[in-house]
Write a protein that binds this ligand. Sequence first.
Ligand code: OGA
Ligand code: FE2
Length: 456
Amino acid sequence: MVFKKVWCVLALGFLLPFSCAHTDFFTSIGHMTDLINTEKDLVVSLKDYIKAEESKLEQIKKWAEKLDQLTDTATKDPEGFLGHPVNAFKLMKRLNTEWGELESLVLKDMSDGFISNMTIQRQFFPNDEDQTGAAKALLRLQDTYNLDTDTLSRGNLPDPEHQRANGNMKYFEYIMAKEKEANKSSTDSEDQQEKETEVKKKDYLPERRKYEMLCRGEGLKMTPRRQKRLFCRYYDGNRNPRYILGPVKQEDEWDKPRIVRFLDIISDEEIETVKELAKPRLSRATVHDPETGKLTTAHYRVSKSAWLSGYESPVVSRINTRIQDLTGLDVSTAEELQVANYGVGGQYEPHFDFARKDEPDAFKELGTGNRIATWLFYMSDVSAGGATVFPEVGASVWPRKGTAVFWYNLFPSGEGDYSTRHAACPVLVGNKWVSNKWLHERGQEFRRPCTLSELD
Ligand code: OGA
Ligand code: FE2
């Protein structure tokens, strides 16, 4: 945090005057914990200010009481009072110096410490954009999980009694009303648009519905006949020497596309290391803009992510080797390990991991072909929400710390498997950490007939 602040101050001063302002706090819990600490520091400083103000008032009160008594006595018998030379001298002294000192005390500003603390901390505060983002995240949660505003504000959030939470709810309700209004008018204008758009929209709605249902755990249930063909087993990576003596637990999550889950596949210590390596580098995840081909942030992908290379830590390198051993796929052509952190409301709407025919250049610069398969570690449990769902086929995969899921995105022919379209559901309560490895086509030419595809 100290480092971040130093960097921020430097950047503020010299390099990127606006870079610290838009930090997208709501996308990640990591940055939000910094805010909690900032607020705690501010409370301490505010209390110091109150103490200083109280002690100042105390001094003033004492003076007033003393003078009250004195003037009482003096006014009762002014001549007698002044007949005492010390009294006469003291009156001179009071009026000439002491009242002046008191005036300075009254004027003294006790708020300096607190105000300068505020000024420093304010640079790290969320801005309007962050606040709107947080309100939108609540909207998303409400939509996806069918929550009414009352439920959200009263029942199911971690600290519903919290004053500020209630204050924010007012704002949230206001944003919600505005958003509904905006949706209404955009629907109106869309009515006038071409039929093609209409068709697209109709196609989109059912997927959205399915996605939301799956996120709520109301997934289309698999027929018992199909379910019976899902197994769990000990897996040795196709007789990989590293796993023959200690095979790993593997469960079938789905049949078509085949999705398997590996259990106890990453230890708590490894998870901590990966998280610590990633934390300082987490930044808002980006997506390819199909129009410009450039990377941009998008509302449909709200999380923070970082890339870790196998060269920087033996733990990352060990993890890469594990993926290679258990998938039978060459990881030398894979992308680096991506670590992602989803805060409350964080999500990734339905997408394909592979590049479609109409965007053949997406991974061109990598020179390693398309994303043949996806390996996804769950590095946390999630209290509510945050499932990985496959709306085309109706599968929901729930995060379980220490496990990983794996699927092929491409058929052996190299064609994309459109049934692998998937999404990361918004986190409702808690904090979701995952890391993924996208394996590419190159290097797999003689490896592809691996156990996973045999059952297809
Ligand atoms: C992704 C992805 C799913 C998840 O990052 O491409 O689909 O559950 N993630 O985080
Ligand atoms: Fe994905």
